[in-house]
Design a protein around this ligand. Structure first.
Ligand code: SF4
Ligand code: SF4
Length: 63
């Protein structure tokens, strides 16, 4: 089982998640925030701190 985080349409591009992410996995451009799954450690900090609740938590269960 793996937890992944994804940015949804509710993103206001405030940039806070990118500021909070300790491993630099988040970039914000004009389309919103993007999480690089190769850098993300799954700490959940962005999910916990997005004021717009725009980050979604998904539990992936291997088939
Ligand atoms: S903290 Fe939330 S609203 Fe702000 S840029 Fe990140 S995902 Fe978007
Ligand atoms: S879960 Fe943690 S490591 Fe992954 S993008 Fe969010 S703040 Fe960064």
């Amino acid at each position: 089982m793996k937890t992944v985080y994804a940015v949804t349409r509710g993103c206001t591009k405030c940039g806070w998640c990118a500021h909070e992410c300790q491993v630099g996995a988040i970039t914000v451009d004009r389309d919103g925030a993007h999480i690089d799954p190769n850098k993300c450690t799954g700490c959940g900090c962005c999910y916990d701190n997005c004021a717009s609740e725009a980050i979604e938590k998904r539990i992936i269960t291997p088939a």
